[in-house]
Design a protein around this ligand. Structure first.
Ligand code: ADP
Ligand code: MG
Length: 252
């Protein structure tokens, strides 16, 4: 079943003097439970597309449907995780996590049990009274994910979620975050410029052209040795093949 449908999206940015075409006729569907990744050159319009899917930005033309309903503004079905973790330094881990609930005037009591479980399952329980600057980059990113999961979204939108992390942390935390997303049964749409990360984590990869972004190609990613760890996928023989194909698609 299609969870999200992106239909004929065009986007122009206007300023007083000029206008910029960022997206040209983008259409694709995302299936329920799928992990879909969008790759493309820097500045091609990836974040623009994700902001449109999130309902934060209105496209110049085209429509987004979630569960077959037209998206007209920000939907509680969508959770957004940004490039930088955007944690508030003056709030504890716990207060950061419940911030979204407070903003939406939800009763924290109703969510406490679920949040406690998330913190325990994902190794942050002992840190819930700590402040963000006492945590490693990887832990901060996990706090950001739990904050996004707190509102129980059905679709997670991730904009270059690991790009601020060093390589080693990035490998480990992307593996962990992938497992969390799968365990929680979420549909995910991620943007990255890291081809390896995309192959390791995704069911499908959409390759965008230079700006104005158009879809160049869609890759189905499948490994004969079917396992649920992005880290292990990197060791499979198919990995290189996908990498070369996508590299060519991005660089010709
Ligand atoms: P990416 O995420 O792929 O790096 P973006 O979606 O951020 O690309 O940007 C695509 C293009 O749109 C860029 O040329 C950028 O300068 C332009 N752009 C992005 N946001 C705005 C805005 N608010 N106003 C005008 N132009 C913008
Ligand atoms: Mg971007």
């Amino acid at each position: 079943m299609n969870k999200v449908s992106i239909n004929n999206i065009h986007m122009n940015y206007h300023s007083l003097k000029t206008w910029t075409k960022a997206l040209n006729n983008i259409s694709f569907d995302v299936k329920e439970g799928e992990f879909l990744t969008i790759v493309g050159p820097s500045g091609c319009g990836k974040s623009t597309l994700l902001n449109i899917i999130a309902g934060l930005l209105k496209p110049s033309f085209g429509e987004i449907h979630v569960d077959n309903e037209k998206l007209s503004s920000v939907s509680t079905k969508m959770g957004y995780m940004f490039q930088r973790d955007q944690l508030f330094e003056w709030l504890t881990v716990w207060d950061n996590i419940v911030l979204g609930l407070k903003i939406q005037h939800k009763s924290i009591k109703d969510y406490k049990e679920n949040l406690d479980t998330l913190l325990k399952d994902y190794g942050l329980w002992d840190f819930k009274s700590h402040y963000p600057d006492e945590l490693s980059g990887g832990m901060r990113q996990k706090v950001a994910l739990i904050r996004t999961l707190a509102l129980n979204p059905e679709v997670l939108l991730l904009d270059e979620p690991f790009s601020a992390l060093d390589y080693q942390t990035r490998l480990n935390i992307s593996d962990e975050i992938f497992k969390i997303i799968k365990k929680e049964g979420k549909t995910a749409i991620m943007v990255t410029h890291d081809i390896s990360e995309a192959i390791a984590m995704s069911n499908r990869i959409i390759v965008l052209s230079k700006r104005p972004a158009e879809i160049r190609k869609i890759f189905d990613i499948q490994f004969a040795n079917n396992h649920d760890s992005p880290l292990k996928c990197r060791e499979e023989p198919e990995f290189r093949v996908y990498f070369n194909d996508i590299w060519k698609e991005l660089n010709t």
